[in-house]
Design a protein around this ligand. Structure first.
Ligand code: UDP
Length: 318
């Protein structure tokens, strides 16, 4: 297959590119490197089946030659990133998604939208099933991401209904693994960087809020399964093993072997209280369920950060 991956130099996108190249596909990776990094795809640049386009998809998206699938992952995705670039986040979720859909339409290609558990906002239904419509504050600081992705789901569904584009929507829950940016501000990267640097772990609020963490290799398997299916979705993709943030801090201490001190900071506005996917649809329709236990996933992520002391030191100094 010949596959366009938007956001292909990002954390999840670059792992997806690796997997596709390893399977023998051709990949056109499109990224403006605003949060993605050249390092993430450095190992692929030598492959003649891999092409990199340094391009902002808000401006348009044109790819020469045939396209069988468009995997649309481009967007800032960590809360500090989208708080720093609110207008770009809205633009890439709306205009960027429309440009990616147009590309799929022109080529008669399968289109997969990387949506998010954030469409459920601060959910009042637990665990979250795909038929729950969510509880999003439309004007709060997180809304630039949440509403952009909700719009992206709406426009994707309209292209399917109106123009017959073969679209699929996956809702990605918290994902972690090697190639997370040390300074992306997410909880897994922050805790690992802090533990490895001997800094206190910053728990926002009392640490009783929960998340369910999926290892990136598992997530990529789900994305490929969705690409190969004709499912419209939405389909939740995440690991249903739910942890409190305080439990995660303890686990990071155990795994890194670093003595852990915690300090409490104010909980950000609209921070979801509980989050856990119901993955019944993914299991039934894609034959997918996550395989990697959090202890193993955290161990490889910690090892990856430990092999980049300069990056960790500079993130810790921020
Ligand atoms: N969090 C925390 N300390 C940090 C970063 C995040 O306690 O240094 C909390 C955050 O408030 C949220 C959870 O960890 O409740 C997950 O945050 P993250 O930014 O990783 O992703 P989110 O699920 O909020 O998009």
């Amino acid at each position: 297959m010949r596959i366009v991956v938007t956001g292909g130099a990002g954390f999840i996108g670059s792992h997806l590119c690796d997997r596709l190249i390893a399977r023998g596909d051709e990949v056109v990776c499109v990224d403006d490197l605003s949060s993605g990094r050249p390092d993430n795809i450095a190992g692929l640049l030598g492959s003649e089946r891999f092409t990199f386009l340094d391009q902002d998809i808000i401006e348009g998206l044109d790819v020469a030659g045939p396209v069988d699938a468009v995997m649309h992952l481009a967007s800032p995705a960590s809360p500090p990133d989208y708080r720093r670039r609110p207008l770009e986040t809205l633009a890439v979720g709306s205009r960027g998604t429309e440009n990616a859909l147009r590309l799929a339409h022109r080529h008669g290609a399968r289109f997969v939208l990387a949506s998010t558990s954030e469409v459920y906002g601060d959910p009042v239904v637990h665990p979250q099933r795909e038929d729950y419509w969510g509880n999003v504050n439309p004007i709060g600081p997180r809304s630039v991401y949440d509403e952009a992705k909700r719009y992206a789901e709406a426009v994707t569904s309209a292209y399917r209904r109106t123009l017959g584009v073969d679209t699929g929507i996956v809702r990605i829950f918290n994902t972690y693994g090697p190639r997370m940016r040390a300074d992306d501000g997410r909880v897994v990267s922050s805790f690992l960087v802090q533990a490895l640097s001997g800094e206190p772990l910053t728990i926002y609020g009392d640490g009783s809020q929960t998340r369910s963490f999926c290892y990136v290799d598992d997530l990529v398997t789900a994305l490929v399964a969705m690409m190969e299916s004709d499912q419209a979705g939405p389909i939740n993709c995440g690991n249903p093993a739910e942890r409190t943030i305080a439990e995660l801090a303890t686990l990071v201490g155990e795994i890194t072997g670093c003595p852990v001190v915690t300090e409490h900071h104010e909980l950000p506005q609209d921070d979801p209280t509980r989050r856990r996917p119901d993955i019944g649809r993914a299991q039934a329709l894609l034959g997918w369920s996550p395989q990697v236990e959090i202890e193993d996933g955290l161990r490889s992520t910690a090892a990856w950060f430990a092999s980049r002391p300069e990056e960790v030191a500079s993130a810790a100094a921020d």
